[in-house]
Design a protein around this ligand. Structure first.
Ligand SMILES: [Zn+2]
Length: 244
């Protein structure tokens, strides 16, 4: 048994740091790797526009999708509206959590509309700042989303009728079982960090899998799934408490 990895990139926008993302795209092409990427449908967050906007952004996404990459809807505009931590208790800001259901539904529907129009809506949701609440999940269900890339544990589980594939850290733990989603923000990665991650990807090629494959991996038993979820949640909460 070995750990399987999903490589996830947040904050995919027309003005992202393409120069930093380039080495990751090159290694994906060389090794035929399927990444999970979170696309902001209509980015209005100025902090995410750091390089010249790519004119062929949508065709580029369609081409990536044709290579097996999974496209997650990363919010709608990526502007934070509340200071809610959401169900997972991570971070302290949210584009959605804490807003009334109708407002969340409208935002998510507007984002979905854009991705649908561009032919890159995959029914996967990635919450900005990992923050969503019960109304977010209800709205996602109403809009026919099937899956979210967030949660505790090492196996996919049911979260209010959606499939949640856990996402814990920005670096691999390699515990030897289950699935780990490694969450990367290319915009803010140093050259060293990029090189280390590219080296990791090359060294772990056979254990890096696509999002669809990852959600199909079942825990040895429900008890193992619940235990790994409870333990990882307690460990991460303690870790964050220490860090402050
Ligand atoms: Zn983000």
């Amino acid at each position: 048994m070995s750990t399987r990895y999903v490589i996830r990139f947040d904050d995919i926008t027309p003005g992202m740091a393409w120069s930093k993302f380039k080495p990751f795209e090159a290694v994906a092409d060389a090794l035929q790797l399927p990444y999970l990427i979170g696309v902001v449908p209509e980015c209005r967050d100025p902090s995410l526009s750091v390089e010249l906007e790519r004119a062929d952004f949508w065709p580029w996404l369609r081409e990536r999708a044709s290579k097996g990459w999974t496209i997650a809807q990363h919010g709608y505009t990526h502007l934070y509206a509340t200071k809610e931590r959401g169900l997972l208790g991570i971070g302290s800001k949210s584009e959605l959590a804490g807003l009334p259901y109708d407002e969340q539904l409208a935002k998510l529907a507007a984002g979905k509309e854009i991705l649908l129009r561009e032919g890159v809506w995959h029914g996967v949701f990635m919450a900005p700042s990992h923050s969503f609440d019960a109304n977010t999940l209800k709205a996602l269900k109403a809009l026919d989303f099937s899956t979210i890339t967030d949660g505790y544990g090492f196996y996919a589980y049911d979260l209010h009728g959606l499939v949640a594939l856990p996402q814990l850290l920005a670096r691999p733990l390699g515990l030897g079982f289950g699935v780990e989603t490694i969450c990367l923000h290319a915009n803010t990665m140093s050259e060293d960090a990029i090189q280390r991650m590219v080296d990791f990807i090359k060294a772990h090629r056979t254990t890096i899998i696509g999002f669809g494959e990852a959600i199909a991996i079942e825990a040895p038993s429900d008890m193992v799934e619940r235990m790994s979820r409870g333990l990882s949640q307690a460990a991460l909460r303690a870790y964050r408490l220490v860090r402050g």
